[in-house]
Design a protein around this ligand. Structure first.
Ligand code: G4P
Length: 308
């Protein structure tokens, strides 16, 4: 179903090979990888190939769009990434919140390299970093926010891939001005669904009603209060949601939302397509509240198995 569509849309093998090659080249120039993930779907918005591509590099993970995600889950995911050996920060690249601590974190992540340099008599060589992530996680927003106006772009230097520029942030840190783009793992349908829900994948060709119903199911199970606060639908009252709700129940809820919000067609029938767009937009813009779609507890067992 939904997942199958994605591969043909934004990424095809040629894309991926090209992106991978570009990233391999850029990796030669840097000490540190700053990986952005979407805090609402911290695993679905990653590409595991980065571990191979960034071998030997210091790593920092930024839980971006933390302002849209559930605070409790932000903490849980922070712990998860820390347990994986990453330095982690919760940030909002749009407002710049959380970015102040980044310089300190970068220095900590690169401590070994700085120490190695010092032993070799190289003092004050700035750490060189690259921002990477899948499309839409906020890479450009982050670079603009973090670099701000104070930065100076340094020109091309010998050995630097043509077209790349370094943004000198301060005496200790330089950032490659073009982010590395990774592709999501869309062959996994659940991941495809989650990325479509956050709006990372062009959903015009997707069935928005189906997508909205999937969202309603997730919300009914994990965020019933948020759902009720926004749309006081009866179907949620006293419902036993311990095992989640069915697609049919979700369709019923969407129908009620359409009625409540006056999403009607000419003859007076409900316009569920319109209601679907509204629910998706409300979620994506944060109007439904701070919501994390990928639950840490859901992944615990699976990851523990993989690590074993
Ligand atoms: P990319 O380079 O990784 O592809 O992502 P980009 O910076 O273009 O960001 C994608 C969208 O995510 C943008 O919204 C951006 O404003 C938003 N965004 C980035 N970081 C954050 C964050 O921490 N919190 C929130 N709430 N939003 C964030 P857009 O609607 O596409 O553009 P615009 O309306 O901001 O112009």
């Amino acid at each position: 179903m939904i997942g199958g569509f994605f591969v043909n849309i934004q990424w095809y093998p040629g894309h991926m090979t090209k992106a991978k090659r570009a990233m391999k080249e850029d990796m030669k120039l840097i000490d540190l990888v700053i990986e952005l993930v979407d805090a609402r779907v911290p695993l679905a918005s990653r590409n595991p190939d980065l571990d191979e591509l960034g071998k030997g590099k210091a790593r920092v993970v930024l839980l971006n769009k933390a302002d849209l995600a559930d605070q409790r889950m932000n903490e849980a995911w922070t712990r998860y990434f820390q347990e994986q050996g990453f330095l982690v920060l919760k940030v909002n690249a749009r407002s710049g919140s959380g970015l102040k601590q980044l310089n300190g974190v970068v220095q900590e992540a690169c401590r070994e390299k700085i120490e190695r340099d010092r032993k070799r008599g190289i003092l004050n060589r700035p750490v060189r970093a690259m921002v990477v992530g899948i499309p839409n996680v906020g890479k450009s927003t982050f670079i603009n926010s973090f670099a701000g106006k104070a930065c100076t772009k340094t020109g091309n230097k010998p050995g630097v891939t043509k077209g790349n520029q370094w943004i000198r942030l301060n005496r200790t840190l330089e950032l490659l001005d073009t982010p590395g783009i990774l592709w999501p793992k869309f062959e996994d349908q659940q991941i495809g669904l989650l990325l479509a829900l956050i709006g990372s994948i062009n959903d015009e060709i997707l069935n928005r009603e189906e997508l909205a119903m999937e969202l309603v199911r997730l919300l009914a199970e994990h965020y019933p209060q948020e759902l009720k606060n926004r749309y006081p639908v009866e179907a949620l009252e006293g419902e036993d949601r311990a095992n989640g709700i069915s697609m049919a129940q979700a369709a019923g809820i969407l129908e009620q939302i359409a009625r409540l919000r006056g999403c009607l067609q000419k003859g007076g029938d409900t316009d569920t397509a319109k209601a679907a767009s509204m629910v998706l937009d409300d979620f994506r813009s944060g109007k439904l509240g701070r919501i994390t779609l990928e639950r840490r507890e859901c992944h615990g067992a699976e990851n523990d198995r993989r690590e074993a």
